[in-house]
Design a protein around this ligand. Structure first.
Ligand code: AFP
Length: 348
């Protein structure tokens, strides 16, 4: 016989949680709820493939390069197509853009266009795929700016402040989906038996007490003086402009931004990828403003942290092109502000 208490217990699936949140918006039509649920579904399919990565013939490179000049992995392609195909016919989107594709992605002409715009990085950290290291998916949702018909490039080039929702999936020891629609940050863990995302991390706040800094320190010699000194400051080996030293932090760097970001969101810390002189392609940083920076900046801000390109909040930047790169500092407010201070003092 069922325990009668169970009748009163709320089982918070992701669908129910999003629905409950949207109910506080009387004007909500349920479209955003459905769109976020479509993304959760895409995440489940991608998770099922990534977890079988070593078993089926999907690992390794396709032999092609994407528009960033990077080698395309088969799992990238799969994730890219999966997200597009699960969203091209729903009538919820006006247009999409993927980090893996040069141009904007129109939805199928046989279906109506909708009011939202979806930007996504289908498989972030893909160079880690072959090594069974956590990877992730990042997405951001905007309202369309164009009135009707097919969405436009302008719809995709919006300031991060205009984000309606943003989230990421991390495919690690378990699969998690973390999202915000401007009402706090909530994390769900995929129950692989039931096949459903269940609320495990409600109202995530970045801890005040910081533990980690995450940066590819192998590039140290190519950084500006400000970034070099800031990193030493984080290690407890360099004073700030007032002559104060901080207690040294632990360094953690996975090389999958989603995984590094997720750890710092829960544990407290900063992730940064500054500009460097190592590679002429990345003089303004490696990471993309619209696919990686803005969505994670929105989540950070909703969790009590902040972000910067070294001078300005990432959410205040309006992209001029679809694949624009940016230097990026993201995490605890005190650490991000301190990075800006070092840059101002030493790099001008
Ligand atoms: P890949 O998708 O090419 O692995 O790049 C991942 C990424 O965009 C981000 O997720 C990492 O934090 C960062 O690049 C790692 O870059 P480095 O290898 O230069 O540290």
């Amino acid at each position: 016989m069922l325990n009668s208490n169970l009748d009163h217990e709320k089982i918070n699936t992701i669908e129910r949680h999003i629905q409950d949140e949207q109910q506080s918006h009387p004007e909500a039509t349920g479209t955003l709820t459905s769109l976020l649920y479509d993304l959760a579904l895409a995440g489940k399919v991608i998770a099922s493939q990534t977890s079988r990565g070593g078993l089926v013939e999907i690992l390794g490179k396709t032999g092609e390069t994407n528009i960033q000049g990077e080698e395309v992995m088969k799992l990238d392609e799969l994730a890219d197509r999966m997200i597009y195909r699960l969203n091209d016919h729903t009538g919820r989107l006006a247009v999409m853009a993927s980090e893996e594709q040069e141009d904007i992605l129109q939805v199928s002409p046989s279906f109506p266009t909708g009011k939202y715009v979806l930007l996504y990085d289908p498989l972030d950290g893909s160079s880690n795929i072959d090594y069974n290291v956590s990877i992730g998916t990042i997405f951001g949702v905007y309202n369309r700016k164009s009135e009707s018909g097919p969405g436009t490039l302008e719809d995709c080039l919006q300031q991060g402040r205009q984000l309606v929702a943003a989230g990421y999936l991390v495919y690690g020891a378990s699969t998690m989906l973390v999202y915000t629609s401007g009402m706090g940050v909530h994390g769900f863990t995929l129950d692989p038996i039931v096949g459903e995302f269940l609320l495990t991390h409600p109202n995530i706040r970045i801890p005040e007490k910081v533990k980690y800094y995450s940066v590819n320190q192998g590039y140290e010699h190519f950084w500006s003086e400000g970034i070099q000194r800031y990193t030493k400051y984080l290690q407890g080996a360099e004073p700030d402009k007032d002559g104060n030293y901080r207690k040294g932090l632990s360094m953690r760097y996975i090389g999958s931004m989603v995984a590094d970001f997720h750890r710092n969101l829960l544990g407290g810390g900063i992730y940064y990828y500054p500009s460097d002189s190592k590679d002429p392609r990345y003089t303004t940083g490696k990471l993309r403003l619209s696919y990686e920076g803005a969505p994670l900046a929105f989540i950070t801000e909703q969790a009590g942290g902040t972000s910067s390109n070294g001078y300005q909040n990432l959410l205040d930047l309006t992209p001029e092109s679809l694949h624009q790169r940016t230097p990026l500092f993201i995490g605890n407010r005190s650490l991000v502000e301190k990075a800006e201070e070092f840059i101002k003092t030493y790099d001008g």
